[in-house]
Design a protein around this ligand. Structure first.
Ligand SMILES: N[C@@H](CCC(=O)N[C@@H](CS)C(=O)NCC(=O)O)C(=O)O
Length: 215
Protein backbone atom coordinates (compact mmCIF):
# COMPACT_ATOMS: atom_id res chain seq x y z
CA UNK A 1 0.00 0.00 0.00
CA UNK A 2 1.12 3.54 -0.77
CA UNK A 3 2.74 5.05 2.30
CA UNK A 4 1.56 8.65 1.83
CA UNK A 5 -1.44 10.36 0.24
CA UNK A 6 -0.93 13.96 -0.78
CA UNK A 7 -4.06 16.07 -1.26
CA UNK A 8 -2.97 18.32 -4.07
CA UNK A 9 -3.61 19.79 -7.53
CA UNK A 10 -1.19 20.50 -10.35
CA UNK A 11 -1.32 24.30 -10.13
CA UNK A 12 -0.40 24.38 -6.43
CA UNK A 13 3.20 25.32 -5.76
CA UNK A 14 2.55 24.80 -2.06
CA UNK A 15 1.60 21.18 -2.79
CA UNK A 16 4.55 20.84 -5.17
CA UNK A 17 6.90 21.34 -2.21
CA UNK A 18 6.06 18.04 -0.47
CA UNK A 19 5.43 16.30 -3.82
CA UNK A 20 8.95 17.24 -4.97
CA UNK A 21 10.43 16.23 -1.62
CA UNK A 22 8.85 12.78 -1.93
CA UNK A 23 10.00 12.46 -5.55
CA UNK A 24 13.56 13.37 -4.55
CA UNK A 25 13.63 10.98 -1.60
CA UNK A 26 11.96 7.99 -3.27
CA UNK A 27 9.12 7.97 -0.79
CA UNK A 28 6.09 5.99 -1.93
CA UNK A 29 3.13 8.32 -2.35
CA UNK A 30 -0.02 8.86 -4.34
CA UNK A 31 -1.80 12.12 -5.16
CA UNK A 32 -5.41 12.74 -4.11
CA UNK A 33 -6.84 15.34 -6.48
CA UNK A 34 -8.42 18.40 -4.84
CA UNK A 35 -10.73 20.14 -7.30
CA UNK A 36 -9.59 23.53 -6.00
CA UNK A 37 -10.94 25.62 -8.87
CA UNK A 38 -14.41 24.24 -8.17
CA UNK A 39 -14.16 24.95 -4.44
CA UNK A 40 -13.33 21.47 -3.12
CA UNK A 41 -11.18 23.04 -0.38
CA UNK A 42 -14.25 24.92 0.91
CA UNK A 43 -16.30 21.82 1.65
CA UNK A 44 -17.11 20.37 5.07
CA UNK A 45 -15.19 17.22 4.17
CA UNK A 46 -12.06 19.22 3.39
CA UNK A 47 -12.33 21.39 6.51
CA UNK A 48 -12.57 18.13 8.50
CA UNK A 49 -9.22 17.14 6.95
CA UNK A 50 -7.65 20.57 7.42
CA UNK A 51 -9.49 23.24 9.43
CA UNK A 52 -7.32 25.85 7.64
CA UNK A 53 -8.99 24.95 4.35
CA UNK A 54 -5.63 24.81 2.60
CA UNK A 55 -3.82 22.46 0.23
CA UNK A 56 -1.49 20.58 0.73
CA UNK A 57 -2.50 17.94 3.24
CA UNK A 58 -0.39 14.83 3.70
CA UNK A 59 -1.83 11.65 5.22
CA UNK A 60 0.53 8.90 6.27
CA UNK A 61 1.59 6.54 9.01
CA UNK A 62 2.56 9.45 11.28
CA UNK A 63 -0.84 11.13 10.98
CA UNK A 64 -2.37 13.96 8.96
CA UNK A 65 -0.30 17.08 8.34
CA UNK A 66 -0.88 20.46 6.73
CA UNK A 67 1.41 23.46 6.13
CA UNK A 68 4.07 22.58 3.57
CA UNK A 69 6.87 23.64 5.94
CA UNK A 70 5.69 21.24 8.64
CA UNK A 71 5.30 18.45 6.09
CA UNK A 72 8.80 19.09 4.70
CA UNK A 73 10.32 19.00 8.19
CA UNK A 74 8.50 15.75 8.99
CA UNK A 75 9.66 14.15 5.73
CA UNK A 76 13.25 15.31 6.30
CA UNK A 77 13.25 13.67 9.74
CA UNK A 78 11.72 10.51 8.32
CA UNK A 79 14.02 10.16 5.30
CA UNK A 80 17.10 11.74 6.88
CA UNK A 81 17.48 13.74 3.66
CA UNK A 82 17.49 17.50 2.94
CA UNK A 83 17.24 18.21 6.67
CA UNK A 84 19.56 19.73 9.27
CA UNK A 85 22.56 18.00 10.81
CA UNK A 86 22.68 20.29 13.85
CA UNK A 87 20.56 22.78 15.79
CA UNK A 88 22.12 25.84 14.09
CA UNK A 89 21.38 24.25 10.69
CA UNK A 90 17.82 23.55 11.80
CA UNK A 91 17.42 27.20 12.81
CA UNK A 92 18.83 28.44 9.52
CA UNK A 93 16.60 26.13 7.46
CA UNK A 94 13.53 27.18 9.45
CA UNK A 95 14.47 30.85 8.98
CA UNK A 96 14.36 30.46 5.19
CA UNK A 97 11.21 28.31 5.29
CA UNK A 98 9.43 31.08 7.18
CA UNK A 99 10.81 33.72 4.81
CA UNK A 100 9.64 31.72 1.82
CA UNK A 101 6.14 31.17 3.23
CA UNK A 102 5.63 34.82 4.04
CA UNK A 103 7.72 36.86 1.64
CA UNK A 104 8.37 34.75 -1.47
CA UNK A 105 5.57 32.21 -1.92
CA UNK A 106 3.31 34.46 0.16
CA UNK A 107 3.35 37.07 -2.63
CA UNK A 108 4.29 35.05 -5.72
CA UNK A 109 1.40 32.59 -5.28
CA UNK A 110 -1.45 35.14 -5.18
CA UNK A 111 0.26 37.21 -7.89
CA UNK A 112 0.41 34.20 -10.22
CA UNK A 113 -3.15 33.22 -9.26
CA UNK A 114 -4.49 36.65 -10.18
CA UNK A 115 -2.60 36.75 -13.48
CA UNK A 116 -3.39 33.23 -14.63
CA UNK A 117 -6.44 31.79 -12.92
CA UNK A 118 -8.73 34.62 -11.82
CA UNK A 119 -11.31 35.59 -14.46
CA UNK A 120 -10.32 38.93 -15.96
CA UNK A 121 -13.49 40.62 -14.69
CA UNK A 122 -12.43 39.85 -11.11
CA UNK A 123 -8.85 41.12 -11.41
CA UNK A 124 -7.90 44.13 -9.31
CA UNK A 125 -5.09 46.14 -10.92
CA UNK A 126 -4.10 47.74 -7.59
CA UNK A 127 -3.80 44.40 -5.81
CA UNK A 128 -1.81 42.96 -8.73
CA UNK A 129 0.59 45.93 -8.69
CA UNK A 130 1.06 45.62 -4.92
CA UNK A 131 1.78 41.89 -5.11
CA UNK A 132 4.14 42.41 -8.04
CA UNK A 133 6.14 44.98 -6.07
CA UNK A 134 6.36 42.75 -3.00
CA UNK A 135 7.32 39.61 -4.92
CA UNK A 136 9.99 41.55 -6.83
CA UNK A 137 11.63 42.49 -3.51
CA UNK A 138 11.64 38.79 -2.57
CA UNK A 139 13.16 37.92 -5.97
CA UNK A 140 15.96 40.45 -5.34
CA UNK A 141 16.69 38.95 -1.91
CA UNK A 142 16.73 35.44 -3.39
CA UNK A 143 18.96 36.53 -6.29
CA UNK A 144 21.39 38.19 -3.87
CA UNK A 145 21.56 35.14 -1.58
CA UNK A 146 22.07 32.73 -4.48
CA UNK A 147 24.79 34.85 -6.00
CA UNK A 148 26.70 34.28 -2.74
CA UNK A 149 26.10 30.56 -2.29
CA UNK A 150 24.73 27.61 -4.28
CA UNK A 151 21.87 26.73 -1.92
CA UNK A 152 19.51 28.84 0.11
CA UNK A 153 20.01 27.86 3.75
CA UNK A 154 23.28 25.91 3.75
CA UNK A 155 26.09 26.81 1.38
CA UNK A 156 27.10 23.31 0.35
CA UNK A 157 23.92 21.28 0.02
CA UNK A 158 20.28 21.44 -0.90
CA UNK A 159 17.79 21.39 1.96
CA UNK A 160 14.05 21.59 2.42
CA UNK A 161 14.49 25.38 2.35
CA UNK A 162 15.41 25.11 -1.35
CA UNK A 163 12.55 22.66 -1.96
CA UNK A 164 10.17 25.14 -0.36
CA UNK A 165 11.44 28.29 -2.05
CA UNK A 166 11.39 26.81 -5.55
CA UNK A 167 7.70 25.90 -5.19
CA UNK A 168 6.42 28.47 -7.70
CA UNK A 169 9.60 29.21 -9.61
CA UNK A 170 9.41 26.55 -12.30
CA UNK A 171 6.50 28.68 -13.55
CA UNK A 172 8.50 31.86 -14.17
CA UNK A 173 6.66 32.26 -17.49
CA UNK A 174 3.35 32.42 -15.60
CA UNK A 175 4.80 35.20 -13.44
CA UNK A 176 6.04 37.14 -16.47
CA UNK A 177 9.68 36.48 -15.57
CA UNK A 178 12.67 34.85 -17.23
CA UNK A 179 15.79 33.13 -15.92
CA UNK A 180 17.84 35.54 -18.06
CA UNK A 181 16.86 38.43 -15.78
CA UNK A 182 17.64 36.52 -12.57
CA UNK A 183 20.85 34.62 -13.41
CA UNK A 184 21.65 33.31 -9.93
CA UNK A 185 18.07 32.12 -9.47
CA UNK A 186 18.25 30.55 -12.94
CA UNK A 187 21.44 28.63 -12.12
CA UNK A 188 19.92 27.46 -8.81
CA UNK A 189 16.80 26.20 -10.62
CA UNK A 190 19.08 24.29 -12.99
CA UNK A 191 20.86 22.73 -10.01
CA UNK A 192 17.49 21.71 -8.59
CA UNK A 193 16.43 20.21 -11.93
CA UNK A 194 19.57 18.05 -11.84
CA UNK A 195 18.74 16.47 -8.47
CA UNK A 196 17.88 12.79 -9.09
CA UNK A 197 14.10 12.36 -9.16
CA UNK A 198 13.30 16.01 -9.97
CA UNK A 199 10.13 16.56 -11.96
CA UNK A 200 8.17 19.62 -13.01
CA UNK A 201 5.03 20.33 -10.91
CA UNK A 202 2.69 19.77 -13.84
CA UNK A 203 4.24 16.28 -14.29
CA UNK A 204 4.01 15.36 -10.60
CA UNK A 205 0.44 16.28 -9.65
CA UNK A 206 -2.99 15.80 -11.27
CA UNK A 207 -5.12 18.50 -12.85
CA UNK A 208 -3.05 20.00 -15.67
CA UNK A 209 -4.10 21.42 -18.01
CA UNK A 210 -7.22 23.00 -16.60
CA UNK A 211 -10.38 22.21 -18.59
CA UNK A 212 -10.67 24.67 -21.46
CA UNK A 213 -6.92 25.39 -21.40
CA UNK A 214 -5.80 22.31 -23.32
CA UNK A 215 -3.50 22.83 -26.28
N1 LIG B 1 1.46 28.27 4.12
C1 LIG B 1 0.64 27.26 3.49
C2 LIG B 1 -0.05 27.87 2.29
C3 LIG B 1 -1.05 26.91 1.68
C4 LIG B 1 -1.93 27.59 0.64
O1 LIG B 1 -2.15 28.82 0.66
N2 LIG B 1 -2.45 26.79 -0.26
C5 LIG B 1 -3.39 27.30 -1.25
C6 LIG B 1 -3.34 26.44 -2.48
S1 LIG B 1 -1.78 26.58 -3.30
C7 LIG B 1 -4.76 27.22 -0.66
O2 LIG B 1 -5.20 26.16 -0.27
N3 LIG B 1 -5.46 28.36 -0.59
C8 LIG B 1 -6.79 28.41 -0.08
C9 LIG B 1 -7.02 29.69 0.64
O3 LIG B 1 -6.09 30.48 0.82
O4 LIG B 1 -8.14 29.90 1.04
C10 LIG B 1 1.51 26.08 3.09
O5 LIG B 1 2.68 26.27 2.87
O6 LIG B 1 1.01 24.94 3.07
Amino acid sequence: MTEYRLHCFAQSGNAYKPALMMALTDVEWAPVFVDFFNGAHRTEAFYALNPMGEVPVLEGPEGTFSQSGVILRMLARKTQKFGPASQPEDDEILRWLLWDNQKLTGYVAPYRFMLNFLPEAKRDAGAIAFLNGRRRIAFKILEQRLSQQDWLALPDRATIADISACGYLFWLDEIGESRDDWPAIGRWLERLEKLPGWRHPYALMPGHPLPGREG
